[in-house]
Design a protein around this ligand. Sequence first.
Ligand code: NDP
Length: 310
Amino acid sequence: MDVKKCVIIGSGPAGYTAAIYAARANMDPVMYTGAEPGGQLMITTEVENYPGYPDGVQGPQMMEDFRKQAERFETEVNYNMVQGVDFSGDVHKLTLDNGEEVLAHSVIIATGASAKWLGLPSEKKFMNKGVSACAVCDGFFFKGKEVAVVGGGDTAAEEASYLSKLCPTVHLLVRRDEMRASKIMQERVLNSKAIKVHWNTEAQEIIGNGEVTGMKIVNNQTQETSEIPISGFFVAIGHTPNTGIFKDLLKMDESGYILTEGKSTLTNIPGVFASGDAQDHVYRQAVTAAGTGCKAALDAERYLVSKGIL
Ligand code: NDP
């Protein structure tokens, strides 16, 4: 059976960048896109912070550009999902959703992470029409407007702080009477005049007509409800890395993010490299993910050379 030099799992900025570098290094990369080709950028509208697009670009368009660039250098892009992996041998074995098995000398993981959502029907209805999971990506569109952030962790604190520089009022909805965020982040939030913390508070519904105009909230202690006018609703209740198939095989932190060695993309398994949000819960930007995709391809190239495969 044919053994691929390099298989890339996932098709966000990390995966495509890895593909571009691997293809140009004669590694004949084969990509399996997963169930959501393009990753999280496919549910983003305008991207204005990716260098090289002076007028901004729609997330899906940007991913199409990445794919075309990867294919220009003859990356083989397959729209399959990798359902299982076996990293026990020198050659790695992947099982696809159609039952097919693929062998690879090197594997680059770029499976990303998925934002957690509240599960409100109105949240789905207003997705990208005022509802977002990324203040750095979408905050600018709400400049000068009132917005809300849900969550009590570091992400929520960071998103609220970021938005407080753009928006006159940021309503932070915390479901308990304390925040989980680090002390320094909490202080930043509590000292900000623009951030209004609503303790013991949950969102019941996002209100609007085509776009978001307000939200209905409830105090979960008193059951008192109220409506607040807002234009943007940011959900910051955490992300889940898409690393389930690597559990018990690769070293991960307690949240399931893959651990890599130092500044490299090396995992604990030789020939397996991790890039993008699957190994980064801090920066989570398209441009940082692309950077680690590049690193993973360079690390994989060095590995293949050291094994005499390239
Ligand atoms: P966390 O899991 O730390 O926090 C999630 C927050 O969302 C908690 O306050 C939780 O409430 C709340 N929450 C969860 N589900 C719901 C829900 N259904 N409704 C309302 N609220 C909900 O996730 P983060 O993304 O904030 O952080 C993940 C990791 O990344 C952490 O380790 C964090 O420290 C790190 N991080 C570090 C940063 C930095 O160093 N600059 C920046 C961002 C993240 P409850 O507390 O009640 O469970």
